[in-house]
Design a protein around this ligand. Structure first.
Ligand code: ATP
Ligand code: MG
Length: 497
């Protein structure tokens, strides 16, 4: 299985195979084409050479009148020489298809009826042909024996030559052996085989080297990632040998950055939690210490300090509850208890509870609903969202200020807006307000009693409903929070914020 994976899945093996096989194929094709080309050329050259000599001989035959009288020893000698030169056979055939001379001496006097011969007799020079019989290893050629006769009618004085007439008197048929070519071809084939083996070896080593070289950047990336994984380093990876490796490195570096940011925020969170939890503790300790330092303190002072201590304990309790709420929402992915909720009624109930606070701060609280809205939501969490937003709007307000809550819906979402005439949130602070423990004005928040967890809880609850929360604010003028939540909860599952 492992070997199979190595062979089929490895980039290195694939590159090696591609180069090696392409190389083999190319070299085989080239060598084969060269050999075939050699054979064709050799046959052509031989044919042309022989035909030239046959033409010369054919002229001799005519001038010596050999067709009528084949007793000329000179011509016979020439014919024998030609046939032995090419290790072949020469036949002289007259225009009645009778064999006048056969260098093998077996067909003399016989009639030969072959298509090539007839063709050559009929068409003269145009009928001359050569045929290569590869299987039996010979080339067969025909050449016409032509007599050129002068006709009267020319005028040498006026530069008009005599007209001539060409008469085909016979045909010369010669077959020559191609054995020398075949032998050379075999030698060449043997050499080609050796060359092929050398090419194979070179290709094998070359492809191995190239495959290794090409896949090395990927090995380096893997090694670098493994180093990070093992914890030796957390420096970004740089690998720009290829665009592809650069992309991998970039993606990994981004992941690294995100991980680091997450780590940083976790550390900051822990630091904040400890700090926030310590503050009330410190106050309690200071109060208790100062009481014990005065053994005869009046009861009124005791009562006073005890009230302060109780307040600090309440505060500590509140922080712990908020934190638990957040952790619970982070952990329990699908912990929404979805029911059909009348959002109008829910909002009115929340506002009823906050009226005393608003009255105390001298803030006018109004609710304006465009239409009745019922939605599939978690009633407790949605009421927490509205409570936090309205509470903030009241707390961070001015004297004689107002808070307006609005409710509207389209066919998909309902929209809840909480506007106030308060202090507003500075532009640069707006992106941080959802962070845990973030407060714009620390001293003022402390005075009001905020811990900076309210909006973090709110946002998490909204996202669990697959909704969105946005803020628009002008410093000194007021703030509007807009929450959009789907009317129908999508399946109720996968609600991780
Ligand atoms: N309507 C608002 N107007 C002006 N500032 C606001 C408003 N709402 C929130 N803020 C700012 O954003 C900060 C974060 O708000 P958040 O509700 O998370 O915390 P908190 O109100 O300080 O404490 P908690 O709600 O946990 O008791 C607040 O401290 C405040 O500075
Ligand atoms: Mg708040």
């Amino acid at each position: 299985m492992n070997i199979f994976r190595f062979v089929v899945k490895s980039l290195r093996t694939r590159i090696f195979c591609v180069i090696f096989l392409t190389g083999i194929l190319a070299s085989v094709i080239i060598l084969f084409a060269t050999l075939v080309n050699y054979e064709e050329r050799a046959v052509n050259v031989n044919t042309q050479e022989a035909q030239t000599q046959m033409r010369v001989l054919a002229n001799h035959l005519i001038t010596n009148n050999y067709l009528q009288d084949p007793s000329s020893r000179i011509i016979s000698g020439e014919l024998d020489m030609l046939s032995s030169l090419y290790d072949g056979r020469v036949l002289i055939i007259d225009d009645s298809l009778k064999v006048v001379r056969d260098t093998y001496g077996i067909a003399e006097g016989k009639t030969i009826i072959s298509r090539e011969v007839v063709q050559c007799l009929k068409r003269g020079e145009a009928g001359a042909a050569a045929r290569h019989d590869r299987q039996n290893g010979y080339i067969e050629m025909t050449t016409p024996i032509i007599e050129t006769k002068s006709l009267e009618g020319g005028d040498i004085a006026r530069g008009v030559p005599d007209k001539t007439e060409q008469i085909v008197r016979g045909v010369m048929l010669i077959s020559i052996s191609t054995e020398p070519i075949t032998t050379t071809l075999q030698i060449l084939q043997r050499k080609a085989m050796i060359i092929e083996i050398i090419i194979l070896a070179v290709l094998f080593i070359g492809s191995l080297l190239i495959a290794n070289l090409v896949s090395r950047p990927f090995d380096r990336i893997t090694a670098a990632i493994n180093d990070v994984k093992a914890g030796y380093t957390n420096k970004p990876i740089i690998e720009n040998a290829y665009m592809e490796t650069e992309h991998i490195a970039n993606a990994f570096n981004q992941l690294l950055l995100r991980e680091k940011a997450l780590d940083d925020s976790r550390q900051a969170f822990v630091a904040n939690v400890s700090h926030e939890l310590k503050t009330p503790m410190t106050s309690i300790k200071v109060l208790a210490d100062s009481l014990t330092a005065q053994p005869d303190a009046p009861v009124e002072l005791y009562r006073d300090f005890m009230e302060d201590i109780t307040r600090e304990i309440d505060r500590e309790n509140q922080i712990i509850n908020d934190l638990l709420e957040l952790v619970k929402m982070d952990k329990q992915v699908s912990a929404l208890n979805i029911t059909q909720v009348d959002v109008n009624v829910l909002t009115e109930n929340v506002m009823k509870r906050l009226r005393p606070l608003a009255r105390r701060m001298d803030v006018e609280l109004t609710f304006e609903s465009v239409r009745p809205v019922t939605a599939e939501v978690d009633e407790v969490k949605l009421s927490m969202v509205i409570t936090n937003l309205v509470e903030n709007a009241v707390k961070y307000n001015k004297e004689h200020g107002w808070v307006r809550v609005g409710l509207d819906a389209d066919h998909q979402y309902f929209t809840l807006t909480v506007s106030d005439s308060g202090v507003g949130i500075p532009e640069e602070a707006q992106e941080h307000i959802y962070e845990r423990f973030y407060r714009v004005d620390k001293s003022r928040s402390r005075e009001i009693g905020g811990t900076g967890l309210g909006l973090a809880i709110t946002r998490t609850a909204v996202l669990m409903h697959r909704g969105s929360i946005e803020v628009a604010s002008t410093e000194g003028e007021g703030t509007t929070f807009t929450v959009r939540i789907p009317l129908i909860h999508p399946t109720g599952k996968e609600t991780r914020p």
